[in-house]
Design a binder for this molecule. Structure first.
Ligand code: AMP
Ligand code: ZN
Length: 307
């Protein structure tokens, strides 16, 4: 197998691009691909301060490394979620990456903030991933706003976006489809722009990138993700991709080109303001404050009944 770029020995084959690369050519190829995604979707500029959500996994560490290589001004944001040992390992990997490169990193412990993901799992019937998603979105928004970052970048990759699209299409979730885009513009004074520069990059590509760049990431999967439907959707899409290379990319790209602009044009109500915390909300209380109240009242009830 020969490298498409230099003719040397290729180590990765990207069937969706009908190309193969040696490691020296793969790294700049991915840089270019991400740069093109950023420019094409007008995600952000080199003059803006970017807050990068870094979980300690391969995608977000690869993203941070790529953004720095492309000359963006970045600060990492790591949320220590409070999901047992998994969270401890994730925090260790993120801190080690930042320290080894002298990068600026903000670490926030959700337990110190009063509500870890584990509390939501123990005290409510909500699915762990939904509570976790609520808390992550809330702290991305709040920290970016409070610390003056106009943009939050996350490491969602092509596999994530294709699986999410499939899930949304299977149930024709029009509201979710209208908001599925690699760039979300703020609809409230306390929201900032949210971007996904890896939306055309596969999980395989970010893993290969970390391997070639010697980036040490947390390999174990979140224990709460076992059995979630999104993994079934990813598996189905992988089978489709094996039979017909490029399916995932065209599924997402064609959706963005052909269907998304029409869905986005739908009238959607702008968010109001949470009565408790002042952040954007679609009800009197935002979803994070509702979660906090639910946990507090169940905790108090359990303490009173001694169970
Ligand atoms: P996930 O929702 O776990 O698939 O992660 C999607 C993206 O959200 C990651 O690529 C990160 O950019 C961001 N993210 C997930 N977990 C964390 C975390 N604990 N701290 C900061 N960012 C995170
Ligand atoms: Zn609130």
């Amino acid at each position: 197998m020969k490298c498409t770029r230099c003719g040397g020995h290729a180590e990765v084959k990207l069937r969706q691009h009908n190309a193969s690369f040696c490691r020296d050519c793969f790294v700049p190829f991915l840089h270019k691909q991400v740069e093109r995604s950023i420019e094409k979707q007008k995600m952000m500029t080199r003059e803006e301060a970017i807050l990068v959500g870094v979980s300690g996994g391969k995608d977000s560490l690869a993203l941070w490394d790529i953004l720095i290589a492309l000359g963006f001004e970045t600060t990492g944001l790591h949320l220590s979620l409070g999901i047992g040992e998994y969270s401890d390992h994730s925090t260790e990997k993120t801190v080690a990456f930042a320290e080894s490169r002298g990068l600026s990193l903000i670490t926030v412990s959700l337990r110190d903030e009063g509500l870890a993901v584990e509390d939501a799992v123990v005290f409510t019937n909500r699915p762990a991933c939904s509570a976790c998603g609520t808390l992550k979105r809330y702290y991305f928004d709040r920290l970016a706003h409070d610390r003056g970052f106009p943009v939050v970048a996350t490491g969602h990759n092509l596999d994530d976006e294709a699986a999410r699209l499939l899930g949304n299409v299977l149930h024709w979730q029009m509201e979710y489809l209208s908001r599925q885009h690699p760039v979300l513009q703020p609809t409230h004074e306390k929201f900032v722009r949210k971007v996904k520069p890896l939306y055309r990059t596969t999980e395989f590509e970010s893993a290969a990138y970390c391997f070639f760049r010697k980036i040490d990431y947390v390999i174990e999967e979140c224990p709460n993700s076992i059995g979630v439907t999104q993994l079934v959707h990813k598996e189905v899409l992988n089978q489709l991709e094996a039979a017909s290379p490029g399916s995932k990319l065209s599924f997402v790209q064609e959706f963005l080109k052909k269907a998304q602009p029409q869905l986005r044009a739908r009238d959607t109500e702008p968010p109001r303001t949470c009565e408790s915390c002042g952040m954007p909300s679609f009800a009197n209380l935002c979803s994070r404050c509702r979660l906090v109240r639910e946990v507090e009242s169940k905790r108090a009830r359990r303490a009173a009944s001694g169970t």
